[in-house]
Design a binder for this molecule. Structure first.
Ligand SMILES: CC(C)(COP(=O)(O)OP(=O)(O)OC[C@H]1O[C@@H](n2cnc3c(N)ncnc32)[C@H](O)[C@@H]1OP(=O)(O)O)[C@@H](O)C(=O)NCCC(=O)NCCS
Length: 407
């Protein structure tokens, strides 16, 4: 527990929430994010798997709260323990008094202790989180395409598309796992925060269709929801669309296109540079909703312990400056050897003007979201030998940045 004196008028206590804080924590959330259309039937609870709630109390009143959600995210081929920040709320009367600073100190400190190496969140406004070292790395978007366009995707005789069975569950999960591991950013969809049962995957949307190649292997899946009504205003919603082959993508898109007489539009949840777009014949790809996604490197050395290109050998030194978590600031050395990246603290970084990242710069480099050249322009990278920039870009680049779960 931490006690902070914010100003002369207000003493604030920050602590993990307890069961009897659940009601007021829910009310605060409803004030911020809106009251649900259907009132919750269950009593308020903070006892959910993988949720760690923290609150700031002023004069005994819950003035602010947030949640650390336990995930793993893939970065650089490694599953990185992640603190997913959610439900950030300051009560209306306590806003603009800087309450978030102590709340973030406590929550991120505890997340780091439980092993989280990065922290991510979906901001309602990025500026709220930049001072804590978060920066935009991707966006979880819903795009709209006229359904008749999907019907015109060239046929692929090589795959059959059929409704998924419970027996397809492992294959579907593996397609996601393999895809996620090859990107930067996606959650693992494994572990404490995810339900592994078939019901979770197969029963919730209206349908899950799978593409099956001539050898009988599942080579793609689409989870879709038919929605209400039919005609010009109706939409088919696709919450997952992934395949392991071009034929898999074509087969699934054509199947979705078969709804063109009843749902004029198809809405697809997507992120980054989605391969799906390579199979859409027309230029239609209208972003209907965008949820920007931010990252902060929480534990620099733990986050950078990951695979690297075998044969690449280098010692790369750098500094982190300006992190809100002051213990993170200072020198580091990144050792690339034997197909692995290791990172340790450097007591001295040799160079008059060492390569120095801001927290935002480190977040973007880590996620492969921006090149060194772009980070220099934005003021998030300075010093070091610019001739070495391409080495850094090679180490951190080569993967697309994605996120396919909202929290
Ligand atoms: C967003 C919210 C948590 C901020 O609370 P707060 O008490 O104003 O936060 P703090 O006083 O600690 O920090 C304020 C800083 O956040 C930034 N900020 C706050 N709201 C912002 C907004 N809507 N747009 C841009 N920046 C914003 C400002 O840069 C401000 O910095 P400043 O002090 O230099 O002006 C609060 O307004 C709230 O609960 N809003 C409704 C729910 C919500 O949007 N939560 C965020 C979910 S991701």
């Amino acid at each position: 527990m931490m006690v902070m004196r914010h100003d002369e008028a207000m003493t604030v206590t920050v602590r993990a929430l307890q069961a009897d804080d659940a009601d007021v924590a829910r009310r605060l959330g409803e004030e911020a994010f809106g009251v649900p259309v259907t009132p919750p039937g269950e009593p308020a609870s903070i006892d959910q798997a993988g949720f760690h709630w923290y609150g700031s109390f002023a004069g005994g009143v819950l003035a602010a709260r947030m949640i650390d959600r336990e995930f793993d995210s893939y970065f650089g081929g490694a599953a990185v323990p992640t603190c997913g920040i959610a439900g950030v709320t300051v009560a209306a009367e306590f806003r603009s008094r800087g309450l978030l600073s102590a709340l973030f100190t406590e929550t991120l400190g505890a997340a780091k202790e439980r092993g989280a190496a990065v922290s991510t969140l979906f901001p309602t406004a990025p500026a709220i989180y930049r001072r804590f070292g978060y920066e935009l790395i991707s966006s979880f978007d819903t795009v709209q395409v006229p359904t008749h366009v999907l019907a015109s995707v060239p046929a692929s005789g090589a795959v059959e598309v059929r409704r998924a069975h419970p027996a397809d569950l492992d294959a579907i999960r593996t397609i996601y796992d393999v895809w996620a591991q090859e990107q930067n950013g996606p959650l693992s969809r494994r572990g404490i925060s995810f339900d592994d049962s078939a019901a979770d995957l197969l029963d919730r949307p209206d349908g899950v269709s799978v593409a099956v190649d001539p050898a009988g292997t599942v080579s793609g899946f689409a989870r879709w929801s038919r929605g209400q009504g039919y005609g010009d205003e109706a939409s088919l919603t696709v919450v997952d669309l992934l395949a392991t082959s071009a034929d898999g993508y074509r087969g699934l898109l054509r199947t979705l296109g078969s709804f063109s007489s009843v749902t004029a539009r198809t809405r697809i949840d997507t992120s980054g540079n989605d391969l799906v777009r390579l199979f859409v014949p027309s230029a239609h790809w209208e972003i209907m909703h965008a949820a920007p996604y931010m990252l902060k490197v929480l534990d620099v050395c733990a986050a950078l312990d990951r695979p690297c290109l075998p044969g690449l050998t280098a010692d790369l030194t750098f500094m982190l400056a300006g992190d809100f978590l002051a213990g993170n600031n200072g020198g580091y050395v990144l050792e690339l050897a034997n197909g692995r990246t290791g990172c340790s603290r450097a007591s001295t970084v040799e160079a008059q003007q060492p390569r120095t990242f801001t927290p935002a710069g480190l977040a973007q480099m880590y996620a492969g979201a921006q090149s060194s050249a772009n980070l220099r322009v934005a003021g998030h990278l300075s010093g070091g030998d610019p001739n070495q920039d391409l080495v850094w870009d090679a180490v951190f680049g080569g993967r697309q940045t994605h996120i396919r779960n909202f929290f």
